[in-house]
Design a protein around this ligand. Structure first.
Ligand code: KIV
Length: 276
């Protein structure tokens, strides 16, 4: 009864929160990627990605906006539902869009939509001290949470651009403290975007839950990138932490497999992808 019918007899059991925690304990890097549709989700899953995020980056890479701000809950639900159909093993996380978690009640209502309609197993929100109460509320209702710290793209208009965060020592200390408070409030994963290597290391050491980095250096528990960036589909300037994995590979599957391999053997991120 505790095994989903279609998963009985699967060679590899689906990834869950315990798997991810165990990977942190064992020092096995967690390979994560975004996906937005069923076809790519199936490829990403086949390649051995452990965690798939239906990110609000879809506002930029799918919808063509300049930022993630215009993305709606309905958009995430639509794409998460498609991605869920493509996955067998990977753990599915879905983003809470801008202004969809202004109060604990609104956050819960929208998180329930992402889980029940979208098939997400965890929701991600861009957080700090102000989100502690929201994370506590979601946790009390058994909603798994990933808290996104560092560069928070939904705040781009407030912070004035996509910039490395946590370079000042007091900023870095505050970030590690926030991560600890969010973990204590119930966050199951912390995601760190665009921070110096030392902030990635300090946060990873301070927390029991897995820390996933994007531009957070090599010392975190796992890496995530935007799928279209690693496939070199994104046009224009890409951030320093992006690596084109399509180069030297003749199919998207081979490119994604080489990304997973590089995360697992810690050859990605290399120094040129990191911030100091
Ligand atoms: O929206 C997104 O895809 C993300 C990743 C960049 C981590 O938040």
């Amino acid at each position: 009864m505790y095994t989903q019918l279609e998963q009985r007899g699967m060679a590899e059991p689906p990834v869950n929160i315990s798997t991810l925690r165990q990977m942190k304990e064992d020092g096995e890097p967690i390979a994560c990627l975004t996906a937005y549709d069923a076809s790519y989700a199936a490829l990403v899953d086949t390649a051995g990605v452990d965690l798939v995020l239906v990110g609000d980056s879809l506002g930029m890479v799918i919808q063509g906006h300049d930022t993630t701000v215009p993305v709606q809950v309905d958009d995430i639900v639509y794409h998460a539902r498609a991605v869920a159909r493509g996955l067998r093993r990977a753990f599915l996380v879905a983003d809470m869009p801008f202004m969809s978690y202004r109060s604990p009640e609104q956050a819960l209502d929208n998180a329930v939509r992402l889980m029940q309609e979208g098939g997400a197993m965890m929701i991600k929100l861009e957080g700090g001290e102000d989100q502690v109460e929201i994370v506590e509320h979601l946790t009390r209702h058994d909603v798994p949470v990933c808290a996104h710290l560092g560069l928070k793209p939904q705040s781009v208009h407030k912070i004035g651009g996509f910039r490395v965060q946590g370079r000042e020592p007091d900023q870095a200390r505050a970030m590690v403290d926030s991560a600890r408070r969010l973990q204590d409030a119930g966050a199951d994963i912390v995601l760190l975007e665009c921070v110096p290597n030392e902030v990635g290391l300090a946060t990873t050491k301070a927390l029991e839950v897995p820390v996933i980095g994007i531009g957070a250096g090599p010392h975190v528990d796992g890496q995530i990138l935007v799928l279209y960036d690693i496939l070199n589909i994104t046009s224009g300037r890409t951030p320093r932490f992006v690596k084109n994995f399509q180069q030297g590979h003749d199919s998207p599957l081979a490119a994604i497999e080489s990304y997973v391999q590089a995360v697992k053997d810690s050859s990605y991120p290399a120094p040129e992808h990191c911030f100091s």
